[in-house]
Unconditional design. Structure first.
Length: 604
């Protein structure tokens, strides 16, 4: 008889921080402990990494905070920050906190309409943007009184703040945070929103600071900080997961590498040489697909795919038996000598752990990296719970699960299968929206909207979205996530949306990855063609049908995709079909491509 599943899983709190332990207090304590320890590194104009000590970082933060105070920013006011991941983002974030104010992150890709909503809803007293292009958008908005530009045509924002703040003394700066407490709001993060208008998630200092300190103090999770830990940060800092990394690195002593663009990720990995990354599944899938595509087909591609197969088998054997046999060891030695050592080098050579969240990672991808000796630690979280709620501990990764609760956290499965969460990282509520807050909070438990299960060892698995269950005309309940997650990782596919609510059968909309298409066509000996042309090509369609057939093996016949259509273009954030965190906005996709959906069911 199998062990019974649990309805609840918890990890005890290790450190309960003081009521005045805030962003500012954490930085002050770290500087007092080790002022010359590195806080992070950023790239100069030549691409060389420039180190910054904790003491130097604090000096930059203090100078910027004094400038904010001199320019009239008062405690509890809100300051918007729109920029890519860069050193100045961290300086300004901590400076806003040091001035007693509240940081409101804005995605670099946000539209004028989205920024205007944040200006109005959060009541921004100031907006700091990265580029002149962003500044042009900001100047056209209503209600933005003060604007600074990090890389403007005139004086950079940090220089402007340093000059303005020269009149502010240390006592005045300290007074700005004298009354700030751990449960006060530190930041308002607007949900990227797969439905409706974004809501401002008000997160207290405790949700980041106490959460990060407990992660760093955990006997297993804390090992990420050992052996000169270095973490390359390339996710947008407007995303709550990247923000958690910013604070976690400070708490555990890891060195942050600021990578402003994913376009330079390949070279940044080689030059920064991280020991761990925090990323999303799409990045890991794309890295694998790019290597496969760049083999150019033929013998080299077959050799890579065989080596990848061996790597997966090695990790699968480790999971099942804790070891692998002599034949597999010999195959791995050959695969490593011929191919896999080059893959490790491309990842920087020192990478030991990858923390992955935001969506489900296909097990075969996780096992590929695991065979390389890189533990892929899947986790789970939302904006409302300040990023990670659960994570796979590095010493006991369970592929296919999202791990156990962070220290101090508890997850529970409700009677209807919904995942509930409680802990020091839970948000204070939606900004100025008590009705919306009441809809998701019950007796201190946050109702995530996700469906899941907990195994006998307390590991959580996410099985789908509560609100995204499709009910066919025949009354069959279908969770689209399992089908979509099985199709999305393939190189040719950019996105997939399963449809069929109220329809006689399940269908799917697929968009072709236009960046990967040329290499895929070349590997198949096909001529260059557009995505529209490829959608009609027999070889391409046969390949997509094979992908769909493979996904269908995971579900019953009634849940399987019976018909599919290739969309005329990629799904885009520009048309609000994708959120800033690359989640599909199902309602918008169904509205924009209603004619395509109608075509699927026309004969029926």
């Amino acid at each position: 008889m199998s062990a019974p599943h649990l309805a609840e899983s918890a990890t005890p709190l290790i450190v309960r921080t003081a009521d005045d332990h805030t962003f500012t207090a954490l930085l002050r304590d770290r500087v007092a402990e080790a002022p010359e320890h590195l806080f992070g590194e950023y790239k100069d104009e030549s691409g060389a990494w420039v180190p910054v000590t904790l003491a130097a970082f604090q000096e930059d933060v203090s100078a910027a905070a004094k400038g904010l105070i001199a320019m009239g920013i008062a405690p509890a006011q809100t300051v918007g920050l729109q920029a890519n991941t860069r050193y100045e983002w961290a300086v300004l974030d901590f400076a806003i906190q040091a001035a007693g104010a509240i940081t409101v992150p804005v995605y670099p890709s946000s539209s004028a309409h989205q920024v205007q909503w944040m200006v109005d809803d959060a009541g921004l007293a100031m907006l700091v943007v990265e580029t002149e292009a962003m500044a042009e958008v900001a100047r056209a908005l209503e209600g933005t009184h003060r604007l600074l530009v990090i890389d403007g045509d005139e004086e950079p924002a940090l220089d402007v703040l340093a000059e303005a703040g020269a009149i502010i003394d240390d006592a005045t700066l300290a007074a700005a945070t004298a009354d700030v407490r751990a449960d006060d709001v530190a930041t308002i993060v607007y949900t990227s929103g797969t439905t409706g208008r974004p809501k401002g998630v008000a997160l207290p200092h405790r949700a980041f600071v106490e959460h990060a300190i407990n992660g760093a103090s955990h006997p297993d999770l804390g090992t990420l900080a050992q052996n000169d830990a270095r973490v390359l940060l390339f996710l947008p800092l407007a995303h709550v997961l990247a923000r958690h990394v910013e604070v976690l690195a400070l708490a555990c002593g890891a060195v942050l590498g600021f990578a402003p663009s994913h376009k330079t990720l390949a070279s940044d990995l080689r030059t920064f040489r991280p020991t761990w990354l925090m990323t999303v599944p799409r990045v890991l899938e794309t890295f694998y697909n790019v290597i496969d595509e760049r083999t150019g087909g033929g013998v080299k591609q077959k050799l890579f795919r065989w080596s990848a197969f061996v790597s997966r088998k090695v990790d699968e054997a480790r999971v099942r038996r804790g070891r692998h046999g002599i034949v597999l060891r010999a195959q791995m030695a050959l695969a490593n000598a011929l191919v896999l050592h080059k893959v490790r080098d491309a990842l920087g050579g020192n990478l030991r752990h990858i923390v992955c969240g935001g969506a489900r990672l296909v097990p075969r991808v996780s096992h590929f990296y695991g065979g390389l000796g890189i533990a892929v630690m899947e986790g789970y979280g939302t904006t409302e719970i300040a990023g990670p709620m659960t994570i796979n501990p590095p010493s006991d990764v369970r592929v296919g699960t999202v791990g156990i609760p962070y220290p101090g956290g508890t997850v529970r499965i409700a009677e209807d299968g919904e995942v509930l969460a409680k802990g020091p990282n839970v948000f204070s509520g939606y900004w100025r929206n008590p009705e919306a807050t009441a809809e998701v909070m019950t007796d201190g438990w946050y109702r995530t909207g996700d469906l899941g299960s907990i195994d006998a060892d307390g590991y959580l698995s996410i099985t789908g979205r509560k609100k995204e269950i499709l009910v066919t005309a025949g009354g069959k309940n279908v969770q689209p996530a399992s089908l979509e997650d099985a199709i999305r990782p393939y190189a040719l596919i950019q996105e997939v949306v399963v449809v069929g609510d109220g329809k006689p059968f399940i269908g799917a909309l697929l968009s072709i990855d236009e960046a990967m298409l040329p290499g895929w066509l070349k590997s198949k000996g096909l001529p260059l063609m557009s995505a529209v042309e490829a959608a009609k090509d027999s070889t391409v369609r046969e390949h997509i049908q094979h992908i769909v057939d493979q996904a269908n093996t995971l579900v019953s016949r009634a849940e399987a995709i019976r018909e599919w259509r290739v969309l005329p273009r990629e799904l885009s954030e520009r048309y609000e079909e994708m959120s800033a965190s690359l989640k599909v906005r199902r309602k918008q996709v169904e509205e924009h491509f209603a004619d395509v959906i109608d075509g699927i069911y026309a004969k029926a």
